[in-house]
Design a protein around this ligand. Structure first.
Ligand code: HAM
Length: 435
């Protein structure tokens, strides 16, 4: 039976692999989300929001029937009209569905969108791996140039820099295209076929359908066996090789350091040409902060006109874990500027309406709603880090006045009631300057 932090038995608890973002940590999320939006804005990406669930076949088609995500991680259910629906495990398929459905490409040739959204995958929960997690990401649809890939990568890196995150590594690869990949797959299969018996059961299963994934197996023995395996990079067609060269050239123009890693294959089937990951050594086994790449065939696969595209997505929980690990402080500046404390009933009645006047004037304000003693109200104001406390009881109100205490300096002064919002606004401005 589940228990709360004090050992009491709980009737309900959150689903395994999901977590609450509690009031004393939500400011961290807001801070990070704000930084993401600001970077996206600077790169001229506009926000897109898609529904939390879609038809199951969209993801099966888009991500690939043989991927782990589609094969064993999707939250799929049949609704009352017998339609199979799935909670989105990623955004790219949804965004491309929306792109096709709403003819976004007709309005402009290169469509640049970003998103922030919860995602759902039934994976085994561990540090940095949840069943409901949050991603932000961006997709640029409508161009083939490797300069777009470079811009997307630069954008992904920029978010970490804007937040002061250090020690992250960019790894890039090319996974080829339908021209060159089938031939390479055969070469790889032949190579791995010779060591079939020694491969892990998982890799044995993958050999026929998805041999590239064996290259990023976490199994030590698989890694040993594939150390000298042929890589896609050495078997790219002319076009893919030129694209990969242009990508590297563009990244250099942007002063981005990167490692070419021929083992990056990604867990989703839609990639063509560019594939990349951003890794943090501060994350343990789930070390991928972000991943993405080009997917030139997805739009037509989903029924649209052939439209090349490139994008990335990044986990917010992992980003926050790295910030915590690197001790990057995020101040919690969400607190009332003014706490109105009332010593008696008349004061309480006045405080209820006065708080509303101050709030309408744009001053964050709190009052005592628990009929506490004046002393307890002062303690509460302090606990909530209120900048000022305003005290008014029957005797002050009779004189059309209230006592103001500056909680930082301890200074006290008398304010005239009729002039309260104006005087408090001035104080708010002054205290902002001295912060
Ligand atoms: P992905 O590599 O599956 O790519 O996920 C991107 C990022 O989401 C990961 O690097 C990780 O930070 C985070 N993430 C994934 N699964 C979990 C989980 N179970 N718990 C916590 N965080 C997780 C995609 O989703 C592609 N749609 C990226 C993309 C966009 N490619 C092109 N455009």
């Amino acid at each position: 039976m589940a228990e709360d932090m004090h050992g009491a038995v709980l009737k309900f608890k959150s689903i395994k692999g999901t977590r609450d973002i509690l009031p004393d940590e939500s400011h961290r999320w807001q801070y990070v989300e704000q930084a993401i939006r600001s970077v996206m804005h600077r790169f001229n990406y506009k926000e897109i929001r898609t529904p939390v669930f879609e038809e199951t076949s969209l993801f099966a088609r888009g991500i690939g029937e043989l991927t782990d995500i589609v094969g064993k991680e999707m939250y799929t259910f049949i609704d009352r009209s017998e339609t199979s629906l799935t909670l989105k495990p990623e955004m790219t398929a949804s965004v491309m569905r929306a792109y096709i459905q709403n003819n976004l490409g007709e309005q402009q040739p290169l469509v640049k969108v970003y998103y922030l959204s919860p995602m759902f995958r039934q994976e085994r929960p561990q540090a940095g791996r949840l069943r409901q997690f949050h991603q932000y990401g961006a997709e640029a649809t409508g161009g083939t140039s490797a300069r777009i890939d470079a811009e997307i990568i630069a954008l992904a890196m920029e978010v970490y820099e804007a937040l002061g995150i250090k020690n992250i590594e960019l790894r890039i690869n090319s996974v080829g295209c339908p021209e060159c990949r089938p031939h390479y797959k055969e070469i790889l299969k032949e190579y791995l076929g010779k060591v079939y018996d020694k491969l892990s059961p998982e890799s044995q299963r993958r050999l026929e359908q998805n041999p590239l994934r064996i290259l990023d197996s976490k199994d030590e023995k698989d890694r040993e066996l594939t150390r000298d395996a042929p890589l896609m990079l050495d078997h790219l067609c002319k076009e893919c090789a030129a694209h990969f060269n242009e990508l590297q050239d563009s990244l250099r123009l942007l002063h981005r350091t990167f490692t070419v890693d021929g083992r990056i294959v990604r867990g989703l089937d839609y990639y063509t040409k560019t594939a990349f990951e951003i890794i943090s050594s501060d994350l343990g086994s789930q070390d991928a902060l972000a991943g993405g790449g080009r997917y030139d065939k997805l739009v037509e696969e989903l029924g649209g006109k052939p439209t090349p595209s490139v994008g990335f997505a990044a986990g917010i929980e992992r980003l926050l874990m790295v910030m915590e690990h690197q001790q990057i402080a995020i101040d919690n500046d969400i607190h009332p500027d003014v706490f109105i404390a009332a010593p008696d009933d008349e004061g309480r009645r006045w405080a209820l309406a006065a708080a509303m006047t101050l709030r309408h004037a744009g001053i964050p304000c709190e009052i005592d709603l628990l009929d506490r003693s004046l002393k307890a109200q002062m303690r509460e104001a302090d606990r909530q880090h209120a900048r000022f406390v305003l005290v008014a009881g029957a005797s002050e109100l009779q004189q059309n006045a209230a006592q103001l205490k500056d909680m930082r300096t301890g200074e006290q002064r008398t304010l005239t009631l009729s002039n309260l919002p104006v005087e408090l606004k001035e104080l708010q401005r002054d205290s902002g300057k001295t912060q």
